[in-house]
Design a protein around this ligand. Structure first.
Ligand SMILES: Cc1cc2nc3c(=O)[nH]c(=O)nc-3n(C[C@H](O)[C@H](O)[C@H](O)COP(=O)(O)O)c2cc1C
Ligand SMILES: [Mn+2]
Length: 472
């Protein structure tokens, strides 16, 4: 199992999924290459070197976890598992995670190079401008923001995007005031202080995943990342802030987030995971960077939002959450849950046992589908991770006049491109969701025409026996 990003990249290379890209321009080109690669069938991970304007060795790594295989690798789950089995393994693992407290170590490779105070120059790092209409370069698209709760000492370490503005100023963007980082920073600001923080780039992929997961207030993403790996995360006190920082990371910025009453900068716009821009420039809290540390030949981890179906993670982690929600609510016989189109479509597969079973599952899934307008429920002979299979079920088992329900004023967000600006301006960020029951009607399920298709189990047996012949 990998102990840091470099070892993870080595594992990706062993799988044959790494491509080396030499000479890309960090202004729009590097982002474009990342997006095109993410659209290829094998969706390779990319290690950029000799980036235009930067010395050889200063690198950017993208598409780290964009396939099911690499997402499983990052979760320390067998990457050979079929996607739905890998997601199921993750759901089971997440339910029984044994928290691992980080351990303090004496040295960190990121201390190989440090600059402080007036010598700090963010221009030394290849922050990409990911999309042509973005407001500027972003050093933080996959980096974690570390803060310490002044009351309890809890360390929060999650992902908020970070734009570079000057040689020592960046902005940190919270989507809403409920973000743990926003809650912690406000505590310092309310006391008239700046909030000490660190931006960690080129972190261990388990920390990248932990930084995305919804964890309860008070639980550290470090503990969760340790649980993913079944091994504690190494940490070391930052020389300037004293914050405990991941010792295996590539690049760290230390500094203070100033109260917005003292200073803000206009941040964005930034292309979002929906494939659209959601807002124009907006005032954002400013971090004054007082120290930069990095390993020799540092690797910046980048994960720009891209046009769907491309997404940061090749396994739909939020679908695993919905799968657990269904089980916790007592819905039996769930064969799988998946999300497509960058989480915007949720599919539940189940074995119907009673009238209303499918709708019960659909309603729970709809309630928990963030920004998703489409929820589909299919029978268990349909693979929810295969969009073609799902469309086959919709077109052959669903009578639209009878089997599509609409739920209004449901959970979306200000990032939703289809909500009118006037509504957003008055705080209305809900939308409607269609629940498509693409199951065979329960009332006459026994009389529904039998399918001619071979079962998943039969297909697997044939693949095992004849796969080599078929693939040539
Ligand atoms: C690549 C990526 C970028 C993200 N960017 C942001 C962002 O800019 N602002 C934000 O508030 N959330 C962002 N998120 C979502 C949060 O990281 C996520 O919801 C996290 O659980 C929030 O952590 P918290 O509960 O500790 O605040 C991003 C997630 C990912 C995977
Ligand atoms: Mn958190």
């Amino acid at each position: 199992m990998y102990t840091n990003l470099r070892e993870f990249i080595g594992e990706v290379e062993q799988l044959g999924a790494l491509r080396h890209v030499i000479g890309a321009d960090p202004h729009v080109e590097l982002g474009g290459i990342t997006e095109v690669a993410a659209g290829l069938p094998e969706c390779p991970a990319l290690l950029f070197d000799k980036i235009k304007g930067y010395p050889a060795g200063v690198r950017v790594f993208t598409n780290a976890t964009t396939t099911p295989q690499r997402a499983a690798l990052a979760l320390c789950i067998d990457p050979a598992l079929r996607p739905l089995d890998a997601l199921k393994a993750w759901m089971a693992k997440r339910q029984t995670l044994k928290v691992q407290m980080p351990v303090v170590v004496k040295d960190a490779a990121f201390l190989e190079n440090s600059t402080r105070g007036a010598k700090v120059d963010l221009g030394a790092l290849p922050a990409p401008t990911w999309h042509s209409k973005d407001g500027g370069p972003y050093i933080g698209s996959a980096s974690i923001v570390v803060m310490r709760d002044p009351d309890s000492g809890w360390i929060n370490a999650s992902i908020y995007r970070v734009q570079v503005h000057t040689r020592n100023k960046v902005t940190v963007q919270f989507d809403h005031q409920g973000r743990h980082g926003a809650i912690i920073a406000k505590k310092y600001w309310d006391q008239g202080k700046s909030c000490p923080l660190a931006i960690v780039s080129g972190e261990d992929p388990a920390l990248f995943i932990a930084g995305f997961e919804y964890l309860p207030e008070g639980q550290s993403e470090y503990d969760f990342a340790g649980a993913i790996k079944d091994a504690p995360i190494d940490v070391i006190a930052g020389p300037v802030t004293g914050l405990l920082l991941p010792a295996q990371a590539e690049i760290i910025l230390e500094g203070e987030l100033n109260p917005p009453s003292a200073e803000t900068l206009l941040e964005g716009p930034f292309g979002e995971f929906t494939g659209y821009y959601a807002a124009d420039k907006r005032p954002c809290p400013v971090m004054e960077v007082t120290a930069i540390h990095h390993r020799n030949d540092p690797i910046l981890l980048g994960s720009p939002p891209m046009k769907p179906p491309r997404f940061h993670f090749g396994l739909p982690f939020r679908a695993a959450g919905i799968w657990s929600n269904l089980e916790m609510a007592g819905v039996t016989d769930v064969a799988g849950v998946w999300q497509h189109v960058a989480q915007l479509v949720t599919v539940v597969a189940l074995r119907q046992r009673y009238a209303g079973h499918a709708k019960r599952a659909g309603l729970i899934a709809a309630a928990n589908s963030y920004m998703g307008r489409l929820v589909v429920v299919v029978d268990d002979d349909v693979d929810p991770s295969d969009l073609n299979d799902v469309m086959w079920a919709i077109t052959t088992r669903c009578e639209p006049a009878e089997q599509i329900d609409i739920v209004r004023e449901a959970w979306s967000s200000a990032l939703d491109p289809r909500i009118p600006a006037e509504d957003k301006a008055r705080g209305v960020t809900s939308h409607s969701k269609a629940i498509i029951d693409a199951c065979r009607p329960f009332g006459w399920i026994d009389r529904f025409p039998p399918t001619s298709a071979i079962s998943h189990a039969e297909a697997r047996a044939i693949e095992e026996k004849w796969g080599a012949v078929l693939r040539g």
